[in-house]
Design a protein around this ligand. Sequence first.
Ligand code: ATP
Ligand code: FE
Length: 335
Amino acid sequence: IYILAIESSCDDTSAAVLRNGKVLSNIVATQQIHEQYGGVVPELASRAHQQNIVPVVHQSLASANIDKKQLSAIAFTRGPGLMGSLLVGTSFAKSLSLGLDIPLIEVNHMQAHILAHFIEDAEGTVPTFPFLALTISGGHTQIVQVNDYFDMRILGESLDDAVGEAFDKSAKIMGLPYPGGPLIDKYAQLGNPKAFPFPRPKVDGLNFSFSGLKTSILYFLQKEVKSDPDFITHNLNDICASIQHTIIAILMDKLEQAVRQTGIKTIAIGGGVSANSGIRKVLQQMEDKKGWKTHIPKFEYCTDNAAMIGIVGYLKYKNNDFSHQSISAIARYSI
Ligand code: ATP
Ligand code: FE
């Protein structure tokens, strides 16, 4: 079974080809245009997807060494995401499925971030059901109980900013370019995580809140910069390490609570922020410390990519779960 998968929910145009759940190619065109604006500009993202989609799909077929006539089905991201971005991938997938007369399979982007763990060439073993997924990305922060591939329940989520936003907005305050998450990670590795203690939000249950952290970082830096204009440059590593430390502590606190509440000790992380080296390290330590079984995706399957859309497409293909040509993109789409 050959699946062509298309992902265009935000600012990465991606196409992948999978053979029986194994990734043959996974091409990602990242849009540089947003860097100068300090965030994704939806209209520009949509336009860049239109420019990228044909070459990216061609490249994914070529590098998989597959002719489009061999394809069994086309999987695409239906949502959640930016409407203008989703429309490009959705229309392209629909036309191609019509032209090639092969089935169309809609995929939920957040389910895909979780099910990326079932990609055949993923490192280590795949998680066993039931497991807890901590999905941490640019638009979402969720703890999900996963009972089966398509039986998922959200136990908690962010009430305001997503964790990726917390990283990116903190970086923006410090004058770092977008997306700042990977940069904070880089500088944090050279700094002292206890240098500047930031307050942690008090949120009931398994929900999260990150907007307060951003504000306290802003006030803290404004105050320090008043007495030392070079405060940020002089302390960049320590500030980044302290921010990252606080974010990880907030995440781990809730995750431990979810483990206590459900008794489930199999943990899988997903989404762009799961590329963070600090989170990966802390999670790994929980295996020895708490007897958890943790699953951490390969870097290329953390941030947005079409391979994760392809694995969901493959699982749905086996269930004969196909979509009709009348299907449309949806910006808000719960798992
Ligand atoms: P969603 O999946 O919720 O729709 P998205 O698709 O925009 O949002 P992803 O591509 O999954 O989000 O993740 C992007 C986010 O991951 C950005 O906020 C980016 O800063 C963050 N990120 C990527 N690498 C790292 C890292 N090493 N450390 C911290 N954050 C990171
Ligand atoms: Fe994503």
